[in-house]
Design a binder for this molecule. Structure first.
Ligand code: AQP
Length: 332
């Protein structure tokens, strides 16, 4: 029996954060056994924010190596660069014509990113969710594992698929979103009311990068914002402590109640140290593997080449079906 398909992506806009690992890639690695998984470094999406070309190239390669290091074997998963499979761009154009401006106007990420990049509110930033819909629908993905921040985009992808199918018949699989019950939104260590994000690097203590050295990680956790009541419990009105408990639970494979029980009667200082240590321990093997991969250029090149070829093969039938459906003349 054919395995159902999963698609998800990672933007090469910097070094992945602990948020990306706990909210996304940890789950991706778990899903490989049951699904046929495509994980893509979405370099085309990265262009929505102005990038230095050499830095983008280097972050892209780095990101692909992180995907492997974080447990996604290229033998079991299709790993590739979005820009290496032109079908993404081709389908995105078509889907732009089946997406309403009113829908895009409602996207909260567009509003947030526009506010942060007032000098470059480009059309790509606006139509980003359409390219994301194309990424997913191209492969007939039935499940898309993402962090909570992507829920609204996924809902739009579903609506576009339903609209298209409503006009032309069952061309696309309508994808479901998979959001992990714990860790779907890891918050900043200094701003625990806001998502930990790699592009918000003004305060380096706010985010943990997967490449951070142990001392840096421990220091960042020691400085994490808490609150003044000195009680370790998970609660909406305690964002700092709740975030630390979530990180601890995800890093150690425990539940939130187990994490709370483990810290019962302890102080915030102990909590911060132990969460930092758990993260150091979790990241260490990933960092070692990443260093080895980056030193083996030939291996990475092979993964990149084979991944693109496999993804392009998988994408071709859907793109052909879409072109036929909309009435493009078929090649002669
Ligand atoms: N803090 C987070 N908590 C939970 N999940 C997260 N993800 C990202 N940050 C968190 C999830 O990781 C996947 C890949 O994310 P991405 O790096 O492609 O894009 P992003 O969401 O745009 O991440 P950043 O760090 O916020 O990047 P910038 O700053 O460039 O926009 C996604 O599934 C995401 O949900």
């Amino acid at each position: 029996m054919k395995k159902p398909i999963i698609f998800s992506g990672l933007q090469p806009t910097g070094i992945p954060t602990l948020g990306t690992v706990l909210g996304a890639t940890e789950n991706w690695a778990r899903l490989s056994a049951e699904y046929n998984c495509l994980y893509c470094v979405v370099d085309m999406h990265a262009l929505t924010i102005r990038q230095d070309p050499e830095t983008l190239r280097s972050y892209s390669r780095n990101a692909l190596a992180w995907l492997i290091a974080l447990g996604l074997s290229p033998d079991e998963n299709t790993l590739y660069f979005q820009s290496h499979v032109p079908a993404h761009g081709e389908l995105a154009w078509i889907l732009n014509c089946y997406t309403y401006v009113g829908e895009l106007n409602r996207m909260t990420q567009f509003k947030d990113k526009s506010a942060k990049n007032e000098e470059n509110i480009n059309a790509g930033l606006y139509t980003y969710p359409v390219l994301q819909a194309a990424d997913i629908l191209l492969y007939q993905a039935s499940l898309v594992p993402v962090g909570e921040d992507q829920r609204q985009h996924l809902e739009l992808a579903r609506n576009i698929a339903l609209r298209f199918n409503g006009i032309y018949g069952e061309v696309f699989t309508v994808p479901d979103v998979y959001i992990a019950p714990v860790g779907a939104k890891i918050m900043g260590l200094q701003t625990p009311e806001k998502k930990m994000s790699k592009s918000e690097a003004e305060n380096e203590n706010n985010l943990v990068l997967v490449s951070d050295a142990p001392e840096a990680i421990l220091k960042k956790f020691k400085r994490a914002v808490t609150d003044s009541d000195n009680e370790i419990r998970f609660a909406e009105e305690k964002p700092g402590i709740s975030n630390l408990l979530t990180i601890f639970a995800c890093a150690t494979g425990k539940t939130i109640p187990q994490a709370e029980a483990e810290f019962a009667g302890q102080g915030y200082g102990q909590l911060k140290t132990r969460v930092g240590e758990a993260v150091v321990e979790m990241l260490k093997p990933y960092q070692d593997t990443h260093a080895k991969l980056m030193a083996d250029g030939a291996y990475l090149d092979t993964v990149i080449k084979e991944g693109a070829a496999k993804a392009a093969d998988m994408a071709a039938p859907t793109l052909t079906a879409v072109k036929k459906a909309v009435g493009y003349p078929m090649p002669v």
